[in-house]
Design a protein around this ligand. Structure first.
Ligand SMILES: [Zn+2]
Length: 267
């Protein structure tokens, strides 16, 4: 007899299988689960509306011979509102892709679930896209930094990684050492060539990155960022995340196009 188990999770992706089935990737409290939902593409399937990307679910699973099988699904939240906004879809898809991409690197599978659920919930609430209320790109940046922290890559700008000088006494611009996830002060930066592992960063953006890493998502609405700051932070994070997590994935290329559009719109 097949063993049954329960999971709580978020549907990250789904693919057609055969005539009427689907394969689902659900990021759950047990890590990423890949399972078949039989008959889920039939018009009157009991799974309709419950197993789409972004759905937060409780599911009863059965262990099959090669693939696990979804037997029952309780929908906790479909996060439908975010699907009406292209920016939110782009950012939400990037979150799901990131989780899918990095889930196998988790030492303790399932740790990112509370973060993913909280981030989708915020994305699903009305976004203003202005400096008041949450900005999807600020939310995504915070999400990425918190995911990186779960995986052991937490930026810290408190002291220069080379000489130990405190950030509070460093004047002028600094550099972000991606590999060591820390700051290189202006004096030490003179001997360090720029390249794939070191990028320029303003101190203001370093403080933003620290806030996004450390503050709960619910407190981020109070951060007020200029468009130029958002662009500088996004650029630094892309480099940081690519270095540690190899983020060359489809949703991020889509997001990059969206960002180009957003950048043009601001001019
Ligand atoms: Zn230094």
């Amino acid at each position: 007899m097949a063993a049954a188990y329960r999971i709580e999770g978020v549907v990250c992706a789904r693919y057609k299988l055969g005539e009427s089935d689907r394969i689902l990737h659900i990021y759950s409290d047990r890590g990423m689960v890949r399972a078949v939902a039989k008959g889920s593409r039939k018009p009157k399937s009991r799974f309709t509306g419950r197993l789409e990307p972004f759905c937060h679910v409780n599911a009863l699973m059965a262990t099959g011979k090669s693939l696990h099988i979804v037997s029952q699904v309780e929908l906790l939240d479909a996060h439908d509102k975010l699907k009406h906004d292209l920016n939110s879809i782009a950012v939400g898809s990037a979150m799901l892709s990131l989780v899918e991409r990095v889930s196998e690197h988790e030492a303790d599978p399932g740790q990112m679930l509370p973060l993913l659920v909280a981030a989708l919930r915020r994305l699903d609430s009305p976004a203003t896209g202005s400096k008041k209320g949450h900005d999807p790109l600020v939310l995504l940046s915070a999400f990425e930094l918190k995911v990186a922290a779960v995986l052991g890559h937490r930026p810290s700008f408190g002291h220069c990684v080379s000489c130990g000088e405190a950030q509070t006494s460093v004047k002028g611009s600094i550099r972000f050492d991606l590999e060591q996830a820390g700051m290189i002060c202006g004096s030490c930066a003179k001997g360090v060539p720029m390249g794939n592992t070191v990028v320029d960063l303003s101190q203001a953006s370093a403080r933003v990155i620290t806030n996004l890493t450390e503050k709960p998502l619910a407190q981020l609405d109070r951060l007020s960022l200029t468009d130029a700051q958002v662009r500088e932070v996004r650029s630094a994070l892309q480099m940081f995340l690519s270095f540690h997590l190899e983020l060359n994935i489809k949703s991020y290329r889509f997001l990059a196009r969206y960002l180009n559009f957003a950048g043009k719109r601001q001019q």
